[in-house]
Design a protein around this ligand. Sequence first.
Ligand code: 5AD
Ligand code: SF4
Ligand code: FES
Length: 347
Amino acid sequence: AKIVDIINKAETIHSLTKEEIVDLLRCDEYDQQLFLAADRVRSQYVGDQVHLRGLIEFSNICQQNCFYCGLRKENTKVKRYKLTPDTIIDLANKAKSYNYKTVVLQSGESQSYTVADMQYIIKSIKALGLAITLSLGEKSRDEYQIYKEAGADRYLLRIETTNPKIYKELHPGMSFENRLRCLRDLKDLGYELGTGCLVGLPNQTMECLADDILFFKSLDADMIGLGPFIPNADTPLAQERGGTFNTSIKVMAITRLLLPDANIPATTAMETLDKNGRIIALQSGANVVMPNVTEGEYRKMYMLYPGKICVNDTPKHCVGCITGKIQGIGRHISTEFGFRPKQKINK
Ligand code: 5AD
Ligand code: SF4
Ligand code: FES
């Protein structure tokens, strides 16, 4: 089929075959039409509000060794930190003072906080009237359940890649099956579920990316976070090429067409590759931004990849910065929690 017909089909019935997705990803001639279609679907299904989620990077301690990530255990150059529970709660209070309605508690994967610590943190932040998204990696079903009962609303766990071979190569000591188990448990426990992938991993083809997009749809993910893989010099993938900005935005735009009412962030990694990256993303299907509320030296110590934006900025500076940019394109900051508006869509 012609590319414009594929775009029209996606915009109309929100469904494509793998072959059609691959055709879209391979051809760059109609990218503007693709982005405009994704922008229309975004506006129609989730509106012109942008939801801001305050990101708290509360610990960079990690027991895993993902090949792409600067926080991997074997990277001894990183100075490890963990914020105290009360410091984390303070940051959530500050996020609230910036009118963020959600905080995202993100850390490396580790056991450096007890379950009781996490329950205390979640309950205290919940008492502030904020929605809570957790991003703590793979845990047991029981642990996920305890955090849900403590008040957590959402969970982010990217599948990273749905290609089992690439997954295995890049995640020593981890298993693809367990990651799927985590995603299923989280969904089953009633979390709003976020997943996503890296774009431009070694050996990743357009077919792999098409499978990733179809995976998000089959999982019926509520949130999908996507970004380019950016090679980090302190990792085994230092010499790789990494993903491009354009392919990342295309994967995101197609994801919007196929999951019209999902929450999709304009990610920091996109802005690392293009200084207007988050705004371009917001105009190509995205409806969420996750400004950093981590303070001081800790921002620099949470270095997943080089060139991370905002590392020398304060939380307060970032609110003003991103608010101005969003208003500058005629969009407004949401005053709501920004759960996925499920009722709007026929399934
Ligand atoms: N480039 C881009 N994104 C990365 N992440 C980890 N390392 C990198 C990198 N080098 C992403 C992973 C993880 C998220 C928290 O950060 O997708 O899920
Ligand atoms: Fe650890 Fe997450 Fe980085 Fe993997 S991606 S090394 S689990 S912080
Ligand atoms: Fe942090 Fe712009 S959002 S400086």
